[in-house]
Design a protein around this ligand. Structure first.
Ligand SMILES: [Fe+2]
Ligand SMILES: [Fe+2]
Length: 346
């Protein structure tokens, strides 16, 4: 039933009742003190201009049909509601709603992305891997993401890489992976045309046969993939998610390699890749369960840090151009220095 054509009570005519599509940001089944069940939601209202990131977001309650399953985050509903004030805060009381289809356009609810999501997704999963085990493994990862109507894929292409730290924006995770990918490619391709021992060589020419490029590239795609469980792809903030809470993103990624590696594949290669993911924060003092102890793990860790830190500098400079002060960053224990901060005094 569509509320647009089925719901025309007196209230609607008197302008108390409003109708709009709403994006579900969070949803929990709760009960009142008197044991009355309801759904408690956080919803976002649509906006025609999505250049800004300031969307109107409100708490909402659904009293009818509240015994059903909570609504999935990211679902768009067509709702008829009243605005009310509860404990001094404006909220919506949803009187009636229907689910919009899963593929209903979300563009009026989301800020513009900084990267072309499908282009990057295809870049990572359409890559012509030389190693057949890696090729089979990446096919399995793709199948996992696209299973169940692409539920995990939608998270993967939407989540930020952090809530504050680095790449804290829509599709920030894809942007971060892409930077690591391209920086790796620079090392192995760009810089690599190098005259060495009377020969032009490629692939980290100063360290011949030391680093397996494909392990670094797969590591780039997998190292932070576990963040699909850590962040809400719509609020871009931390998500209360049991998988994320139990494992953390590094360990989740490592488990995926162990689980989805082709059973008859090279187990040494599997574990070398697993190590890169477990050790990508560098050492146990910086949050890795294990120190980076292979050339690929060292390289992935350093390029990962390069992408993360340069993003913090980039964000600070962009803020400076808008006349804003850069934010405190955990990475520097301070705000980064920009052309306008601290205020130039000479
Ligand atoms: Fe990480
Ligand atoms: Fe990372």
């Amino acid at each position: 039933v569509n509320p647009d054509d089925s719901f025309t009570p007196e209230a609607l005519r008197e302008n108390i009742m409003k109708q709009s599509d709403l994006l579900v940001l969070t949803c929990e089944a709760r009960t009142t003190k008197t044991n009355k069940p309801y759904l408690a939601l956080r919803v976002r209202l649509p906006q025609d201009n999505t250049d800004t990131t300031d969307f109107r977001e409100l708490d909402a309650k659904i009293w009818s049909n509240a015994l059903g399953e909570p609504l999935e985050i990211g679902r768009i509903i067509a709702a008829a509601y009243e605005e009310e004030v509860y404990q001094d805060i404006q909220q919506l009381s949803i009187k009636k709603y229907t689910l919009r289809p899963l593929d209903f356009p979300q563009s009026r609810f989301l800020p513009a992305t900084v990267v072309a999501q499908s282009v990057l997704y295809n870049k990572f999963f359409g890559y012509a891997w030389q190693n057949t085990d890696i090729r089979d493994f990446m096919k399995n990862v793709q199948a996992l993401l696209e299973d169940d109507n692409g539920r995990l894929k939608r998270r993967f292409i939407e989540v930020p890489a952090g809530a504050r730290n680095h790449h804290p924006r829509r599709a920030g995770l894809l942007q971060h992976i892409n930077e690591i990918w391209d920086l790796t490619k620079c090392l192995f391709g760009g810089m690599a045309v190098c005259y060495n021992d009377g020969e032009w060589t490629c692939g980290l020419p100063h360290f011949p046969n030391l680093v397996n490029e494909e392990i670094v590239l797969v590591g780039a795609v997998l190292h932070d993939m576990g963040k699909i469980h850590d962040y809400n792809p719509f609020t871009l903030q931390h998500d209360d998610n049991r998988t994320g809470a139990y494992f953390g993103h590094s360990v989740w990624g490592a488990m995926i390699v162990q689980e989805l590696w082709p059973p008859r594949g090279d187990l040494e290669l599997r574990d070398r890749l697993t190590h890169c993911i477990l050790a990508h924060h560098g050492s146990t003092t910086t949050g890795s369960p294990i120190n980076a102890k292979t050339p690929e793990a060292t390289l992935l860790h350093l390029i990962d840090a390069m992408s993360a830190r340069l993003d913090v500098h980039r964000t600070a400079e962009e803020k400076g151009l808008r006349g804003e002060r850069p934010e405190y960053s955990k990475m520097f224990g301070d705000a980064p220095i920009t052309p306008t901060y601290p205020h130039p005094d000479r």
